[in-house]
Design a protein around this ligand. Sequence first.
Ligand code: 6PG
Length: 262
Amino acid sequence: MAEAGGSAAKSIPEMALPTIEIYPDLLALSRLAAERFARLAQEAVRARGYFLVCLSGGSTPARTYRLLAEAPYRSNLPWGKMAFFWGDERMVPPDHPESNYGQALQIFLSRVPVKDENIHRIKGELSPADAVNEYTSLLRRYGKPGLNWPRFDLLLLGMGADGHIASIFPGTTSNELAIAPVLSVRGGYQDRPVERVTLTPAVFNSARQVIFLVAGADKADALATVCEPGEKPEDWPARLIRPTEGEVVWMVDAAAAAKIRT
Ligand code: 6PG
């Protein structure tokens, strides 16, 4: 059971999920998420010479991204040795306000010295089929024998109030997801674009470290349900995330954690 540091967080006993850290609010959560990103980056670069990150879309990680683009992180992290990927993308052009890549570029990646050639977006302006093929080939270039995609040092994920993660929506079967590392899907959530491309659990579950960032009272029912051991992954896609050789940490705020049964 990891400790979240100081009085900012309280841990609850491990049940269905490996580690849940509860923070008073999104800012506290984001501060610790940025700190954890920094620590993992330094450790990965020391151990392997690079840091491979898979970013999440959605609004929750925006604070963390902004913090990482500020002091002290902007000047003291090994940005030149990092490569960035995305767990999912909405099928919109990169400069569209709903682009996951566009958001991260604007508030984070354009403000730190990451090399352009190490920013690997999913091309939302292509047809879904072309975007899937293109990203599948790109991931393969970062693979190893027996693994057709990179082993991410850090995978960031969010969760929707309906339980979706990346663009894996409730009702998607394991068979559908097992078809390929990258899939085109349709999923309605709030007023966000419906056409999407997503990586699948095979890719996600090879990550060394997964961090879920979840905040807000609208997530409380979903988070409580995901924590129940009997719930099916088809209904609650977050339960598909079980890294074969990696760790999962849920960093959540008090509002999202309010209904977890301890
Ligand atoms: C996306 C995301 C998606 C997101 C959740 C949570 O493209 O929309 O990758 O899975 O993480 O919908 O979004 P919020 O952080 O905005 O609640």
